[in-house]
Design a protein around this ligand. Structure first.
Ligand SMILES: C=CC1=C(C)c2cc3[nH]c(cc4nc(cc5[nH]c(cc1n2)c(C)c5CCC(=O)O)C(CCC(=O)O)=C4C)c(C)c3C=C
Ligand SMILES: [Fe+2]
Ligand SMILES: [Fe+2]
Length: 336
């Protein structure tokens, strides 16, 4: 039998919550052609003229508000997951970040240098397909294998947005928060420019052609982020027993002037407060690990907005992080 290894891949964080490291991180992130999908020169101009002059300072402040003694939550929580998974498996388990450190290149080289490793199961830690997360990570891994002529076969775990054991782990991990009284649950997914959906549509005539496209069967759904997040939500609410009037779906973290998926989390929270909803829970299933987008954008800024609009409490439901049901699920997938 060939000797196997696992490489978990997450998004990555700056090295420190300070302006210069954040500038370097944002530059690497936003110059990725899978993230800002424009020709190089246009992307360079947009990033240099509209993002890098101001955003690094603001983002560094946001990072500083969630940074821990051990570093960025996204990294430390991912390391914890890697360690727990390593304890469950008798094959090496690595962890890499698409941007910043430790890079996919360095960690694939570490695994490939281990004796007899012939196959690497590459796990992008995203339940839903997006070119800006899954494709860019997989393509980076392939580039590294080709560049260093590594003698390993890459197997990629596909998006797991509707895997029953993933949904069950999500329900198990949220049970404690959902067992308390609440008025409404907001499923807040990371946003995506609409153009990313239509570009990823292999049929060229399905995504966003009608308001209910994501409910009609189509091969386009294999790469449709919107379909996949709606499906995760549907399976989750069915399993957790949340009635239709008690939840909403929204999209957070917009950047730039393009049209992004609607509705925004900000508007949704404000409208709920205006309608008299007092206690909301927010669940962010696009992220398996808590990060800037959950801990700052929702738990700090989102809460402030909701309360300013008349709400009473907003509680963030933690991501899967290292929940035992999630570690079990990953361990089973790796062993299969
Ligand atoms: C969950 C999946 C994610 C998708 C899809 C995604 C798309 C996407 N993101 C940006 C721009 C930014 N995202 C930033 C942070 C960030 N994004 C994700 C995940 C997805 N992004 C995570 C997990 C994080 C947090 C990282 C951390 O260190 O905790 C940032 C940086 C922070 C900031 O300055 O706001 C940017 C910028 C785009 C443009 C995009 C799709 C086109
Ligand atoms: Fe993002
Ligand atoms: Fe769709």
């Amino acid at each position: 039998m060939s000797k196997r290894a696992v490489l978990l891949a997450n998004l990555g964080s700056p090295d420190a919550p300070e302006e210069q490291p954040v500038r370097e991180y944002l530059n690497q992130f936003l110059m990725d052609p899978y993230v800002i999908q424009l020709p190089w020169l246009l992307r360079r101009l947009i990033v240099s003229l509209f993002v890098l002059p101001k955003r690094p300072k603001d983002s560094a402040e946001a990072y500083a508000s969630i940074w821990t003694e051990d570093g960025s939550p996204l990294i430390t929580l991912s390391v914890e997951l890697q360690k727990l998974l390593q304890q469950r498996l008798d094959m090496p388990v690595g962890l890499a970040m698409r941007y910043g450190n430790p890079s996919i290149e360095s960690q694939l080289l570490v695994l490939a240098q281990q004796k007899d490793i012939e196959e690497v199961l590459f796990i992008p830690l995203y339940p839903h397909y997006a070119d800006s997360t899954v494709t860019t990570s997989v393509e980076e891994a392939k580039r590294v294998v080709a560049k260093h002529q590594l003698n390993i076969k890459l197997n990629v775990l596909p998006p797991f947005y509707q895997q029953p054991d993933y949904i069950q782990a999500l329900v198990d991990s949220t049970q404690e928060k959902l067992s308390h009284d609440y008025d409404h649950v907001v499923f807040s997914y990371h946003g995506l420019p609409e153009l990313h959906l239509t570009k990823a549509d292999p049929t060229g005539k399905h995504c966003l052609q009608s308001t209910d496209c994501c409910d009609k069967p189509s091969e386009a759904h294999a790469t449709c982020y919107r379909h996949q997040v709606l499906r995760t939500t549907q399976l989750f609410v069915e399993k957790a027993g949340i009635p239709a009037e008690k939840y909403s779906i929204a999209f957070q973290s917009r950047l730039g002037r393009a049209k992004w998926l609607e509705p925004s989390t900000s508007d949704t929270l404000e409208n709920l407060a205006i309608k008299g909803v007092k206690r909301v829970l927010v669940l962010c299933p696009a992220f398996v690990t808590d990060c800037l987008e959950t801990l700052e954008e929702i738990e700090i800024a989102g809460k402030e907005e909701f309360i300013a609009a008349g709400g009473e409490s907003l509680e963030l439901i933690p991501c899967l992080n290292s929940h035992p049901a999630w570690v079990d699920t990953l361990a089973n997938w790796c062993q299969q």
